[in-house]
Design a protein around this ligand. Structure first.
Ligand code: SAH
Length: 226
C-alpha cells in the first residue's frame, strides 16, 4: 500500500527535527500543516516529500524543505507579524510563514515577477486554504513594497547580489530580513536585524544556491532566460 502524503510529511518533519534543522515547535507545526504536495506541479506530487528543490516551470524551483525550514527558523516570525516575501514561486514558503503569523491577525505579502507563476502560487494557496492571509502581488519585488511598509519580517527567496538598501528601510525596528546573498550560483544566507532606527546587525548563515533575484535592485534579466 502506498503511504499517505500526511505520513510522508510527518516523516520528513521528524527527520528535519532530528537533524537539528527544525529547532522550534512553531516551524515543526507549520511544516506539519502545510500540504507541500499542493504546491508542486501535479505530475511531481509523489516527490513532494523528498528533501529536494523541484521545478515549478518558467525555469524556477520550489526550495527544498530543509532550506524552507532553515530560513524560517532564522526569520523567526511571530504570531501577528506582517511579512514581506520576495519570490512567491509556488506559494509554499508563504504558506509556512502564514501558518505562524496568521493565527494572531498577521499577514504575508508575497511578490512574484513571473505572472503565470504568481497565478500558480495564488491557486495553490487557495487550494490549501491560505488565501485569506496571503496576498500575491505580481511585479519586481526587489525594491519591496514601500506603500505597505514597515514589515516585521522580510524574506527574499531568490539570490540577491547584495541586500537592497531600500528593503532595510522597510523593516520595522526589531524586525529581521533574511536573504541569500552572493554570486549567481553560490550564496550565503544573510540575516539582518534592525535594532534601532539607524542601527542594523548582520549575521551570516549557511551557504546555499537560489535562482537569481531579477530586477531593479537584483540581477539584470540577461542572467536568466525568462
Ligand atoms: N519561495 C518560493 C520559491 C522561490 S523561487 C516557494 O516557496 O516556492 C524564486 C522566485 O523568485 C521565482 O519564482 C522567481 O521568478 C522569483 N523572482 C525573482 N526575482 C524576483 C523579483 N525581483 N521580484 C519578485 N519575484 C522574483
Amino acid at each position: 500500500m502506498s503511504r499517505s502524503y500526511e505520513d510522508l510529511r510527518k516523516e520528513l518533519v521528524e527527520r528535519l527535527v532530528k537533524e537539528g534543522i527544525i529547532r522550534s515547535e512553531k516551524v515543526a507545526r507549520a511544516m506539519m500543516r502545510v500540504p507541500r504536495e499542493l504546491f508542486v506541479p501535479e505530475k511531481l506530487r509523489d516527490l513532494a516529500y523528498m528533501d529536494h528543490p523541484l521545478p515549478i516551470g518558467w525555469g524556477q524551483t520550489i526550495s527544498a524543505p530543509h532550506m524552507v525550514a532553515m530560513m524560517t527558523e532564522v526569520l523567526d516570525p511571530q504570531p501577528g507579524d506582517v511579512v514581506l516575501e520576495i519570490g512567491a514561486g509556488s506559494g509554499y514558503h508563504a504558506a509556512v510563514i502564514a501558518e505562524i503569523v496568521c493565527s494572531n491577525g498577521g499577514h504575508v505579502y508575497t511578490i512574484e515577477r513571473i505572472a503565470p507563476l504568481a497565478a500558480f502560487a495564488q491557486r495553490n494557496l487557495a487550494k490549501a486554504g491560505y488565501s485569506h492571509c496571503v496576498t500575491v502581488i505580481i511585479g519586481d519585488g526587489s525594491g519591496g513594497l514601500p506603500e505597505l511598509a514597515p514589515f516585521n519580517r522580510i524574506i527574499i527567496t531568490a539570490a540577491a547580489p547584495s541586500v537592497p538598501k531600500v528593503l532595510l528601510q522597510q523593516l520595522s525596528v526589531g524586525g529581521t530580513l533574511v536573504a541569500p546573498v552572493g554570486r549567481l550560483w553560490e550564496q550565503r544566507l544573510i540575516i539582518v536585524r534592525r535594532v534601532s532606527e539607524s542601527e542594523y546587525r548582520t549575521e551570516y548563515g549557511t551557504y546555499c544556491i537560489f535562482v537569481p533575484l531579477i530586477g531593479r535592485y537584483g540581477w539584470s534579466p540577461d542572467v536568466a532566460k525568462t
